[in-house]
Design a protein around this ligand. Structure first.
Ligand SMILES: NC(=O)C1=CN([C@@H]2O[C@H](COP(=O)(O)OP(=O)(O)OC[C@H]3O[C@@H](n4cnc5c(N)ncnc54)[C@H](O)[C@@H]3O)[C@@H](O)[C@H]2O)C=CC1
Ligand SMILES: N[C@@H](CCCCNC(=O)[C@H]1CCC=N1)C(=O)O
Ligand SMILES: [Mg+2]
Length: 263
């Protein structure tokens, strides 16, 4: 699993606010409003405990603080436990936490102790970044969407696009993975090297750990790129040249999606 670094999180608070503004401009929903719409849930003063976990590569600087910023920014009640790991879990429950947020190197989860619901960051991230494209007003009539990266985030995005009746074109450098997805889902294989069928898209989703995965050929003027992938998959030069609007934020958008998934 690709781990965040403190550098990835350095500008997270600004990125969350800027992306929320862009999402509102694109969809007429605030990020919060879009989560309420897609999950049909709402917060009810839940107490949210964030537990730092030392397993594996250990604590990531400002990871817990970024979660606390997200919780408070959307008006919810949260705290970071003083203890880590199991002692932190005990502290959270003793302090009356309703929802636990915690992450090791393999999974980042939200668990609602009151209703039993549990959510996984990769699934909820794929879902929310896909729903942003599905709710984009400008391209409501264009059902074509390109998904680059068919991993633990990209696959839930494919499922979300299909649920929202999009025409889904998929690409991944791992051709075995492409074949797997094309045989399991009613989607089209997009082959960037097949010049016979060049295709560009107004709506592009990317979830890979690589840069420059979105090449010029797939872009239209003013295309929308919704990409949880880190680092950013499209170059600043192409963003400029094609007037691309891009939804990209390292942790907060996915976290809010997780919370609405367990309310
Ligand atoms: N912004 C956020 O809130 C979050 C961001 N992420 C990031 O999203 C990215 C994807 O995460 P996962 O799906 O868990 O990873 P994963 O490893 O499960 O999937 C990545 C997929 O991208 C494919 N890929 C790699 N290089 C490629 C290229 N050049 N062109 C096309 N496909 C390529 C791989 O073959 C793989 O199938 C990671 O960078 C991760 O850090 C993950 C969770 C939340
Ligand atoms: N154990 C550490 C947190 C480790 C998080 C690793 N997972 C990621 O970086 C995922 C989450 C979203 C994007 N990548 C701590 O408690 O400080
Ligand atoms: Mg995010």
């Amino acid at each position: 699993m690709a781990l965040l670094t403190p550098e990835d999180l350095a500008n997270m608070t600004n990125a969350l606010v800027e992306n929320d503004r862009l999402i509102t401009e694109l969809t007429d929903y605030s990020l919060d409003g879009l989560c309420r719409e897609i999950y049909d849930t709402a917060p009810h003063n839940e107490k949210i405990a964030i537990i730092p976990i030392t397993a594996g590569n250990g604590i990531i600087g400002s990871f817990s603080e970024s979660l606390l910023f997200t919780v408070k920014h959307f008006g919810m009640d949260g705290f970071i436990t003083e203890n880590t790991d199991v002692a932190g879990y005990y502290e959270a429950v003793m302090k009356g936490a309703d929802i636990i947020l915690m992450a090791d190197d393999l999974a980042y989860i939200a668990h609602n102790l009151k209703n039993g619901k549990i959510a996984h960051n990769q699934i909820c991230t794929g879902r929310i970044y896909a729903e942003i494209l599905c709710h984009a007003k400008d391209y409501a009539d264009d059902k074509d969407v390109l998904v680059i990266g068919l991993g633990k985030v990209g696959t839930p995005a494919v499922e979300t696009f299909l649920k929202e009746k999009q025409n889904v074109y998929v690409f991944d450098v791992d051709s075995k993975r492409v074949d797997e997805v094309v045989s399991n889902y009613p989607v089209f294989k997009y082959d960037p090297n097949d010049s016979k069928t060049p295709k560009s898209f107004f709506k592009i989703f990317e979830a890979t750990p690589c840069a420059d995965t979105i090449c010029e050929d797939v872009l239209k003027q003013n295309s929308l790129v919704s990409t949880p992938g880190i680092p950013c998959g499209i170059s600043g030069e192409l963003i400029e040249k094609y007037g691309i609007r891009i939804v990209l934020e390292p942790l907060g958008i996915g976290t809010l999606s997780m919370l609405y998934a367990v309310f």
